[in-house]
Write a protein that binds this ligand. Structure first.
Ligand SMILES: C[S@@+](CC[C@H](N)C(=O)[O-])C[C@H]1O[C@@H](n2cnc3c(N)ncnc32)[C@H](O)[C@@H]1O
Length: 488
């Protein structure tokens, strides 16, 4: 099985306080309805049953409507049994019941992750050893610092603008941004230009980010107080910080640097499967025992348009042998918004995620407490994520603007190494405790290494897994700025 997020975290992250060096190199009664409309994957789920429509005379053949209802979710109306379903499970079953049929995997994924009341990300901290998975910024401060080096190099190429929107999509605990700002705090011209915008759907994580960035409310007594962009300041480097539920809400008009680390993988994917009747969409339904199951659409759905679009960007030989395909329309749309901003105001975007430099077949996974679990099991209690289709990002960006260029993807290992992470780890090792040194070396290896750590002597189930080649980096920049570091 392909590993994705880091499932275990045997080492703790310890921050070292020195600032970083600068490196210049990273959706009528009529004739009979079609029989057996939905089919399960592999085996038929529905028996072709003809039922009489409610309210119609039983002896009138012409008024009989043939309806296959066997697969629709129809719980007993007078059951006195207490349901042990969570609020989210009730909500999902409600949608399926109300629609009278299954929902797409994408809609399921979106509800599971970001339902405003009970989504996986909404009410809690899911990161770290006590959470469900760990991400690069939580592994080592060096990750955020290196992204800071990239941002600063880009800012130089942008002509050192005095005011810049620094936008992070899905900032988690806020660790990456904190390390970026802290690491860059000595480079005043750069940090003073930054207006920090955190795009985060989770109120709980917004609060956590506020703490991580050591934010204070700034008392603005000026006449312009009502018009002030943000009265929240991060004391790490003195930057105004504001929070938004989506990229559209970030005020426009300034050159913009956008960071998306492990954000695209959380965007909902549609799954398709090749069938004798063509490409059918995989959907989520409720079966008679009230558990969820996958079914296939009987005919193309509106989302097939995105599948066709993706196929146009692929070589015929790439798709010839595919039996399953995932597409992420939200990722394509987001990329086009990013591309328009960069094109209009200058700047660039850095996208780092685990994914493929090609069409993604089937990658959707669920992780709970550092273990892979069934995607349909207890939704809302496990993270869902999918591999990022990097070429789809590239073609989406280029489709909407001729003023942007897309570079990469390159591996995370290449990206961090070219930015000088090896020099950074050496510098940090000069001034640290033995415990910190071990943590630094392990953290460094996890960020740039590949496979299982060869040096690991601890418990087998905690062996560090390298993220160096599974994670890829891609940049979208305004053409006028030239080739971004380190994609030259
Ligand atoms: C996998 S986590 C990555 C966190 C962080 N970037 C890191 O690397 O540690 C995904 C983040 O995106 C946020 N998120 C997911 N879907 C979102 C959406 N549609 N809009 C805004 N934030 C979203 C989650 O709340 C979480 O902060």
């Amino acid at each position: 099985m392909m590993l994705r997020k880091l499932l275990l975290t045997p080492t703790s992250r310890r921050a070292l306080s020195n600032g970083f060096f600068f490196s210049s190199r990273n959706p009528t009664p009529s004739p009979p309805l079609p029989p057996a409309p939905w089919r399960s994957l592999g085996s038929p789920l529905f028996f072709s049953t003809s039922e009489q429509a409610e309210g119609e005379p039983s002896n009138s053949a012409s008024s009989t409507i043939s309806i296959d209802r066997s697969g629709l979710y129809n719980p007993p109306e007078h059951s006195h049994e207490q349901s042990s379903d969570s609020e989210l499970v009730k909500h999902l079953k409600g949608i399926i019941k109300f629609r009278g049929g299954p929902i797409s995997v994408a809609e399921y994924m979106e509800e599971v992750l970001t339902n405003p009341k009970a989504g996986f990300y909404i009410n809690r901290d899911v990161f770290g050893a006590q959470g469900d998975f760990i991400t690069s910024p939580e592994v080592s401060q060096m990750f955020g610092e290196m992204v800071g080096v990239w941002a600063m190099c880009l800012w130089e190429q942008m002509g050192q603008p005095k005011d810049v929107n620094l936008v992070e999509l899905g900032p988690g605990r806020g660790t990456l941004m904190a390390d970026l700002l802290h690491g860059a705090s000595k480079f005043k011209n750069f940090t003073e230009s930054l207006h920090v915008h955190m795009v985060e759907c989770s109120p709980a994580l917004q609060q956590l980010q506020r703490k991580t960035l050591k934010c204070i409310d700034k008392a603005d007594t000026s006449e312009n107080a009502e018009n002030a962009e943000s009265s929240v300041i991060s004391t790490l480097a003195g930057n105004p910080v504001s929070w938004h539920a989506s990229l559209e809400q970030v005020p426009s008009g300034l050159p913009t640097i956008i960071i998306a680390h492990e954000f695209y993988d959380a965007l909902p994917v549609h799954q398709f499967q090749k069938a004798s009747r063509g490409w059918c969409e995989k959907m989520v339904d409720v079966q008679e025992d009230s558990s969820f199951r996958f079914v296939l659409s009987p005919q193309p759905t509106p989302s097939n348009l995105y599948l066709l679009k993706r196929f146009k960007w692929a070589a015929p030989e790439e798709i010839a042998n595919l039996e399953q395909v995932e597409v992420c329309p939200k990722g394509m749309d987001l990329t086009q918004k990013i591309s328009k901003i960069i094109s209009a105001y200058g700047g660039g975007a850095l996208i780092i995620d685990y994914g493929l430099n090609g069409v993604v077949s089937e990658s959707l996974q669920a992780i709970r407490k550092h273990k892979f679990v069934d995607i349909l099991d207890d939704p809302g209690s496990a993270d869902l994520s999918a591999y990022v289709d990097f070429p789809a990002i590239k073609y989406s960006a280029e489709e909407v603007s001729e003023d942007v260029s897309v570079y990469g993807p390159m591996t995370q290992s290449q990206f961090l190494s070219a930015l000088g992470i090896n020099f950074r780890v050496e510098a940090l090792l000069q001034n640290c405790t033995d415990e910190q040194a071990e943590s630094l070396r392990t953290g460094y290896w996890r960020l740039v290494g590949d496979g299982e750590a060869p040096f690991w002597e601890g418990p087998d189930d905690q062996v560090p897994i390298g993220m160096g080649t599974r994670y890829l980096a891609m940049a979208i920049v305004n053409k006028k700025q030239g080739v971004p570091v380190p994609f030259q």
